[in-house]
Design a protein around this ligand. Structure first.
Ligand code: AMP
Length: 385
């Protein structure tokens, strides 16, 4: 039966392939045909392809041009070649097949130009692992270093993403031999791991200090010593460093980090009594606590059941009017916790509750640390006074 169905689907599949083929078809390229890499100096991921092109001295075979040549990343012409609208992208003359994704581009270049220049150790397990870990766990959240608002990959807050980014650098650091042979990561030869990790470490070194991490701690120790050896000892890496850093300094000049919380924007409002409760410096009747949220009974209850739910890190949320897309995750967590608490009969809640956020003087807010009141235990009147 399924064979009949599959047979029925065949013309449709052929049609789809043909149709897709006009926009994006995986046709095979002829080896060493003239290629074009669409990339820009600031692109840390594309930079690894630029390193390979220069180390292999195949610049005459592979032009490097800006995606603006095709109208930019979101232009129809570019999207036709890469539906993801991302750089880098490699096209090869005489083929409609375009290769996106830095690692795939690099592996294409390494196999197509296998007999030219350094091999980049395509079969070395550690080099492959470092490149893979980088792409899986650093690339996917690197936006926390420079993008305006979360999410960053699976992380809903910048702090969590920054912590994870540093943790993943440490995972890679732990893989590096303390007594490396020479300036590269995996033995005496340059590898894909060097090309992949180095440009992202230029990002980390420049950007983590903007979030209060001392420059000396921006890179973990073995990465740090490898990075400076490579910077001093390899002209191609040095050039890519200058390209990436130069572009980042352009971002600095445009004030890119001035409006980013934890960088240019910090919570400088004075601490409140709730900080003392969070730090357990003064007692409170805590009814719920997790990593992000604390809930405790109001000291001056306005109803038979009255609980306050607060973020453990205020992060600028002195009141709801300070809320921005940076706070989407914590706002959701507060309301979910409030909903759960309002069902807890042991706290005196009965059939429902009133969830209140007083904001600013007109709202009657007294404590400038966002808090959600959960009131219940009796039928409440409306409107409030
Ligand atoms: P708001 O008027 O919305 O700012 O609410 C602040 C709430 O915090 C009030 O209902 C107070 O009763 C409550 N509150 C102030 N200090 C404490 C404390 N130490 N423990 C528990 N609740 C408190």
């Amino acid at each position: 039966m399924w064979i009949q169905n599959a047979a029925a689907l065949l013309p449709l599949l052929l049609f789809s392939t043909k149709f897709l083929g006009e926009a994006y078809s995986p046709m095979k390229m002829s080896a060493a045909a003239k290629a074009t890499l669409y990339d820009m100096p600031v692109s840390n991921n594309g930079a690894r392809a630029r390193i390979i092109i220069r180390k292999k001295q195949i610049s005459t075979e592979v032009d490097i041009v800006s995606p603006m040549e095709l109208g930019g990343l979101k232009s129809p012409e570019y999207l036709k070649l890469n539906p993801q609208g991302k750089m880098p992208l490699l096209t090869v003359e005489g083929s409609s097949f375009a290769i996106p994704e830095s690692d795939t581009i690099c592996r294409y270049l390494l196999s197509t130009y296998a007999d030219v220049g350094p091999s980049f150790l395509p079969n070395d397990a550690k080099s492959n692992l470092i490149a893979r870990l980088h792409d899986m766990y650093l690339t996917t959240i690197q936006g926390c270093l420079y993008k305006a608002t979360p999410p960053f990959g699976i992380y809903g807050t910048r702090k969590d993403a920054l912590d994870e980014f540093r943790k993943q650098m440490k995972v890679i650091d732990d893989l590096i031999d303390a007594d490396r042979d020479g300036i590269y990561l995996c033995g005496s030869e340059v590898s894909l791991a060097d090309a992949t990790l180095f440009p992202t470490m230029t990002f980390a070194r420049h950007m983590l200090p903007k979030f209060g991490i001392p420059e000396t701690d921006a890179l973990p120790p073995k990465i740090k010593s490898w990075y400076s050896q490579l910077l001093a000892g390899d002209d191609v890496f040095n050039k890519v460093h200058d390209e990436v850093l130069g572009a980042l300094q352009g971002w600095d000049e445009k004030g890119r980090w001035d409006t980013i919380p934890l960088a240019g924007l910090r919570d400088e409002d004075p601490e409140t009594i709730f900080d003392k409760i969070i730090a357990k410096e003064i007692p409170a009747s805590v009814v719920y606590e997790d990593r992000a949220v604390l809930a405790f009974k109001d000291i001056n209850p306005a109803a038979p059941a009255h609980v306050l739910v607060i973020p453990k890190e205020r992060n600028g949320l002195s009141g709801l009017r300070k809320a921005s897309p940076d706070h989407v995750e914590i706002l959701g967590k507060l309301l979910v916790a409030a909903g759960e608490i309002s069902k807890d009969e042991s706290l005196g809640f009965k059939d429902g509750a009133r969830i209140v956020i007083n904001d600013g003087p007109d709202g009657g807010q007294e404590v400038p640390h966002l808090h959600v009141h959960v009131l219940g235990g009796r039928s409440l009147t409306w409107p409030p006074g």
